[in-house]
Design a protein around this ligand. Structure first.
Ligand code: MTE
Length: 362
């Protein structure tokens, strides 16, 4: 696997597969080759018996369903969507270097990828089961992977609001980039919730439950909650946190890498930008001089919903040290905060501060 593994430094024993592409391989293609697509797991990959696999649909439905993989593939219309998946912890490394963070993986800029997902609409399965009650407000998911917490074994889970679940973009995917979904990415079936943090796209999906409230799963109620910068692990009340859903506008310089030493002259700066997926990225500005002047970047793909926007900007620069900065806007005029200080949070989520890279030209 060309991915390099990442380990959670706070765990003494960590045999959980987490990995990302070498940063210089990131965002070279609009659709990320599967072997370069980051992997984020919270426990060991489950042992699966595909023959006996069933997806259960339960809760506030008129008709409970229990479907085999064959039934899932043949009874529902097949849909394909290109969508970007980004972990809420992407760019945590910059937050950690501003102020320590006690948990999570120190992702640089590589916890993001774009794939062509094939499967069925979650909405089609919900329609088939029938929403039975007007109190239904959320759709909860459970994976087949489990971990021990407070003496109990529990599955990874999440939920999304019912309105989002019925959106045509939300898929249950059984294929990625034209091949069966690989085991590391959730084979045989995973949720794809475009525009939301990656944690809501549950892999190795075993159960869908329609319910009144958000999921009570640890990863919905404690993990993946956002707190303002003044909250820390000593004064936190987890009931107060904001459950993360949509990703904020972000943009990142992928090449040249921070601290590169390069020949003076023409320098091509390249990267990606991403919004909440519902709004296209409309503008990316790059500064070659720490924010004194700015140049509009050129887009490398047609702006589209649910995916990243690749961009580049060329500069002609003399020898010396130069600081590049990138910032982006979306079609709703959302943009990025300037400083890491204003987005720092003790769990290290959704860092979308202006991205900075310093290089030396000789
Ligand atoms: N689903 C299960 N069952 N278990 C997990 O640990 N990790 C989530 C999500 N779905 C996870 C999961 C997180 S945090 C992210 S960012 C994405 O899967 C990553 O998907 P990928 O590994 O296919 O890139």
């Amino acid at each position: 696997m060309p991915l390099s593994e990442k380990h959670d430094e706070t765990k003494t024993y960590d045999d959980i597969l987490n990995a990302g592409p070498p940063v210089d391989q990131l965002a070279r293609d609009f659709v990320t080759p599967t072997e370069l697509f980051f992997v984020r797991n919270h426990s060991q990959i489950p042992h699966l018996q595909l023959d006996s696999y069933r997806l259960r649909v339960q809760g506030l439905v008129s008709r409970e369903l229990s479907l085999s993989l064959d039934e899932i593939k043949t009874n529902f219309e097949q849909r394909t969507l290109v969508a970007t998946l980004q972990c809420a912890g992407n760019r945590r490394k910059e937050l950690v270097s501003y102020k320590p963070i006690d948990e999570g993986l120190a992702w640089d800029i590589e916890a993001i990828g774009t794939a062509e997902w094939t499967g069925l609409r979650l909405g089609d399965i919900l329609t088939s089961a029938g929403i039975s009650d007007e109190t239904a407000g959320h759709v909860a998911f459970l994976g087949l992977d489990t971990l021990m917490r407070d003496g109990h074994r529990e599955a990874f889970g999440s939920s999304i609001p019912l309105d989002k679940a019925l959106g045509s973009e939300v898929l249950l995917a059984y294929a990625m980039n034209g091949e069966d979904l690989p085991l590391a990415h959730g084979c045989p079936l995973r949720v794809i919730v475009p525009g939301y943090i990656g944690a809501r796209s549950v892999k190795w999906l075993s159960e869908i439950r329609v319910q009144e409230d958000p999921s009570d799963n640890h990863f919905q109620q404690v993990g993946y909650k956002l707190f303002p910068p003044h909250i820390n692990m000593y004064n936190v009340d987890y009931h107060d946190g904001m459950q993360l859903t949509k990703l904020p506008v972000n943009s990142v310089i992928v090449r040249p890498q921070d601290r590169s030493l390069l020949p003076a002259g023409k320098i091509m700066v390249e990267g990606y930008a991403m919004s909440d997926g519902e709004h296209e990225i409309t503008w990316v500005s790059v500064s070659p001089d720490g924010g004194e002047s700015w140049q509009r970047a050129e887009f490398l793909n047609e702006p589209q919903l649910w995916t990243w926007q690749l961009w580049r900007a060329e500069f002609d620069l003399p020898p010396g040290t130069h600081e590049f900065i990138v910032r982006a806007w979306d079609s709703a005029a959302n943009s990025q905060p300037e400083t890491i200080a204003s987005v720092w949070n003790f769990k290290g989520y959704v860092n979308n501060a202006w991205h900075r890279v310093k290089i030396t030209l000789k």
